[in-house]
Design a protein around this ligand. Structure first.
Ligand SMILES: O=C(O)CCC(=O)C(=O)O
Ligand SMILES: [Fe+2]
Length: 362
């Protein structure tokens, strides 16, 4: 069973990013200092560890589901490919995406299972998935979706309060029963594509499109671009600790107060690179129809808007449009040269930061 693989430990002599550790049990009990820690992490690095999240069993079930799916013949997985039109649910084959402005093919495959399909099952909300998704639906996919929703909505409520928004503002933009691009993603790169090199990104430098990501890593490879620098640092996986991060939508809703930080995935460090890398993430994204612009009713957001008039945070697009554009831009079939790629893929990080991040990768 995949869950039984024993990996070499993350090397001790590799520098790592200083993520704060937030205790979800304390957050749930309303602990003031812990909420303050989350607030600090979400503004400064935009990444933090989350312990005591209570989803370990569901995460393990999802790794089993994902491994079974990935071991299906390519021909079978291709029946569920996400396509080139900007839809992100379903399977994405290795090589379907560009990872840089030269149009280099990626080597990462993944499967995105929509929250809407998990919650609607046995009815279908959006589409069909490979058989293991259904075999694990009751045992892992639905329970993981529920746990991830619970965690992320709880964190959103705290961030909403800290932003000084009217009660429930952020949670109301993420109602589980409304359609959204929320999804559980299982990611795999095989060991033969891991030549240990920080120059070879498995997942290009990017920011996440949505609101909050709830990530589970067993091997290293994830790196964050340290704010205000050109320095990439590994995020060390810690058993039982999720890695959480802020995505573009929260940056826009808060007029830049919350940080959607640039990150990437490179081959796992040292001995770890001999192993297939698998990871699991739940993306919480705003409801499809939510318009991405700073939220009303918070004095500090209003102040951030007035202080930064050079940055127009009002995108004028819905969450659905924002995500579809960025997904579409990555597909190699839609590649129309470097300038077009950089323009269509851009998130909230600003052209200069992304250009620097991409340039320093390749
Ligand atoms: O695999 C990982 O560690 C990170 C994945 C990621 O950043 C993403 O899918 O957006
Ligand atoms: Fe990401």
């Amino acid at each position: 069973m995949p869950g039984l693989t024993v990996y070499p430990p993350f090397p001790e002599d590799v520098p790592t990013a200083p993520l704060l550790v937030v205790d979800y049990a304390l957050i749930k009990s309303g602990d003031g200092p812990e909420k303050e820690k989350l607030w600090k992490a979400a503004r400064e690095l935009g990444f933090w560890y989350l312990k005591n999240h209570g989803a370990d069993a569901e995460v393990n079930g999802m790794f089993d589901m994902g491994a079974e799916t990935m071991h299906l013949p390519l021909e079978e997985k291709m029946k569920y490919e996400q396509g080139d039109e900007g839809g992100s649910f379903g399977y994405k084959a290795a090589g379907a995406n560009a990872i840089d402005d030269k149009g280099t093919r990626d080597t990462t495959e993944f499967l995105n299972v929509a929250k809407d399909d998990a919650l609607a099952w046995p009815a279908v909300a959006h589409r069909a998935y490979p058989a293991p998704v259904y075999a694990y639906m009751e045992g892992a996919v639905r329970p993981f979706t529920h746990k991830a929703l619970g965690v992320n909505l709880t964190l959103l409520a705290v961030l909403s309060e800290k932003l000084g928004l009217p009660e429930g503002s952020l949670v109301r933009l993420h109602r589980p029963e409304e359609y959204s691009a929320d999804a559980s993603r299982f990611i795999r790169t095989t060991a033969d594509s891991h030549v240990f090199s920080e120059e070879k990104a498995l997942l290009m430098a990017h920011t996440d499109f949505g609101s909050l990501s709830f990530l589970h890593n067993r091997l290293g490879g994830l790196q964050v671009l340290m704010p205000g620098s050109d320095k990439w640092l590994y995020v060390k996986p810690i058993p039982g600790h999720a890695i959480c991060n802020v995505g573009d939508a929260l940056t826009i809703f808060s007029a830049g107060i919350l940080r959607s930080n640039v990150h990437r995935v490179v081959p796992p460090p040292k001995e770890q690179c001999k192993y297939e890398r698998q990871s699991l993430v739940y993306f919480t994204r705003p409801e499809d129809t939510a318009v991405l612009r700073p939220l009303e009713g918070s004095p500090i957001i209003a102040e951030a808007v007035s202080k930064g008039p050079e940055k127009n945070w009002d995108t004028g697009v819905t969450a659905q449009e924002w995500i579809a554009r960025r997904v579409r831009a990555r597909r190699l079939k839609n590649f129309q040269g470097g300038e077009h790629f950089k323009k269509t893929i851009a998130g909230t990080e600003g052209d200069a930061v992304l250009a620097r991040a991409v340039a320093s990768t390749y």
